[in-house]
Design a protein around this ligand. Structure first.
Ligand code: NDP
Length: 480
């Protein structure tokens, strides 16, 4: 069975401890490879490599850095099939989704920052005849990047690509639950000729490897995507060390559906925004508010379309809902469905684990689930479930729905369905979310800032904001 290796100082190496963890294929529940069980010793080796590579990399001309990033982008594209299959096996997501969304978007991240850095400019400010101020943007140093399991290579690349483009060197940790595409990326970086030590990938547990990165006294910047509780823990360590911190955290995203919406477009997109990747996208809408006069029609059609979704083998073209990423997450989602029932929720469809046959009999499958009759402020409607479970609720007025939508601790994304332009803008203005989609979902120009408010995070990724994050502005004032 394959043993994944760490990527340190340009080479694929075993963990210092020579110990490994099991890597599961969630579609079968079986171990299919082994992950380095790295610790602070491996992080230190990665840090030293990154520190030594920083002086040369930080002054490598940006067109040369750009060339490396574009080479990596084209290698990802060339290896689309291999990477997509690896991601589907690691994560349980439908192969088609990996092939059409995750992996192409990972390549797009390298492409975007490979070209973006060429157009990244700093400001100058003239004080008339008195002085000129200009801002130098200099790479911060060794960046620590930690990412989750739901869109493994895409979210990993969203941190690494701007960090490298900006001239930082990197110590990165992918989720221990889905390490394979990050491992394949290290092979591609070697093929692209990326100088040794510029990117270092250390595999292993969050509590060991992640913690060692976050608490490393000489890593001045942490870019983290994951759960809000982990984010809180990281902030508590990093803040007293005055580290630069970007936290992309959990969500409980509302969908606001008004009776005047383009119904068919709304229905098919809502199906996707509810259950794509088994609901394990931080941007999925998990609370669906529907204007009362449309509620019964929506409910009937939404249930019918949800029941028609094929749950099963992620590698089968017909599958729309694959496996849940891990046994513990599978159990957590089922516990939330039980909680919803105790809170008075009525399960309209789904609600159960799916027992598959043959090779898949030990896989982790859950029916796409719709629940109604819950108050907006119960735990089911306030806590992140991060699975194929949505609640539906009727509303009467715009004011009422905004109150309910804004009632959670989270504020990542939101979706509004209406043909009334003024209302759409009014809601966009008043909703507590970093992202507002109007009559669409998951569309994003990579130049736009990405991130949430409240407990959904601090800072912004995406666009030139990410280059701002990985560089430090230094203001120089010249007296004339
Ligand atoms: P976790 O917070 O459990 O883990 C995220 C990463 O942090 C993993 O690599 C994990 O390692 C690591 N980690 C865990 N504990 C520590 C620690 N003490 N110190 C440092 N690193 C640690 O999140 P999940 O992987 O479960 O991802 C799902 C969550 O991510 C959801 O809440 C989702 O909403 C959020 N998310 C947010 C996005 C956004 O852009 N806002 C995008 C995508 C997901 P290990 O895997 O070994 O535990």
């Amino acid at each position: 069975m394959q043993h994944i290796k760490n990527y340190i100082n340009g080479a694929l190496v075993e963990p210092v401890s020579k110990t490994y963890l099991d890597n599961f294929d969630p579609s079968t529940g079986k171990v299919y490879s082994y992950i380095p069980d790295s610790d602070e010793k491996d992080v230190e080796l990665a840090y030293v490599a990154a520190k030594n590579a920083f002086p040369a990399w930080s002054v490598t001309p940006k067109d040369k850095r750009s060339e490396y990033l574009l080479k990596i982008a084209s290698l990802i594209e060339k290896n689309l099939d291999r990477l997509s299959l690896a991601e589907s096996i690691d994560n349980g997501k439908p192969l088609k989704l990996a092939k059409t969304v995750d992996i192409p978007r990972a390549a797009a991240n390298f492409h975007f920052y490979g070209t973006g850095i060429l157009h990244y400019a700093a400001h100058s400010h003239s004080m008339e005849n008195n002085a000129i101020n200009y801002t130098l943007r200099q790479p911060v140093g060794v960046a620590g990047c930690i990412s989750p399991w739901n869109l493994p290579l895409y979210l990993f690349s969203r941190k690494i690509a701007p960090a490298l483009a900006a001239g930082c060197t990197v110590v990165a940790k992918p989720s221990e639950i889905t390490p394979m595409t990050a491992y394949l990326l290290s092979e591609l970086c070697i093929e692209a000729g990326l100088p040794a030590g510029v990117l270092n990938i250390v595999h292993g547990l969050g509590g060991k490897v992640g913690n060692a990165i976050v608490s490393h006294k000489d890593i001045p910047l942490i870019s983290f995507t994951g759960g809000t509780i982990t984010g809180k823990h990281i902030a508590a360590i990093a803040a007293p060390m005055f580290k630069k911190l970007s936290l992309e955290l959990g969500g409980k995203n509302p969908n606001l559906i008004f009776a005047d919406c383009d119904y068919e477009k709304m229905l098919s997109t809502t199906l996707l925004s509810s259950f794509a990747n088994q609901g394990q996208i931080c941007l999925c809408g998990s609370r669906i508010f529907v204007e009362r006069k449309l509620y019964e029609r929506f409910k009937t059609d939404f249930i019918a379309r949800t029941k028609a979704l094929v749950v099963g083998d992620p590698r089968d073209e017909k599958t729309k809902v694959g496996a849940i990423v891990s046994k513990s997450h599978f159990e957590k989602i089922l516990n939330y469905i039980e909680l919803a029932k105790t809170e008075g929720g009525k399960v309209l469809c789904g609600g159960n684990a799916v027992k598959m046959g043959g090779d898949f009999s030990n896989g982790y499958y859950i029916e796409p689930t719709i629940i109604e009759s819950l108050p907006h402020d119960c735990r089911t409607n306030q806590e992140e479930i991060f699975g194929p479970v949505v609640t539906i609720m009727p509303f009467d007025t715009e004011e009422e729905v905004l109150d309910m939508a804004n009632s959670t601790i989270y504020g990542l994304a939101s979706v509004v369905w209406t043909q009334d332009l003024t209302r759409a803008h009014r809601i966009a203005n008043n909703i507590h979310a970093g992202i507002v989609w109007i009559n669409c979902w998951l569309l994003r120009d990579l130049r736009t800032p990405f991130g949430g408010v409240k407990a959904s995070g601090v800072g912004r990724e995406g666009g030139f904001e990410a280059l701002d994050f990985f560089t430090e502005p230094k203001n120089v004032c010249i007296k004339l």
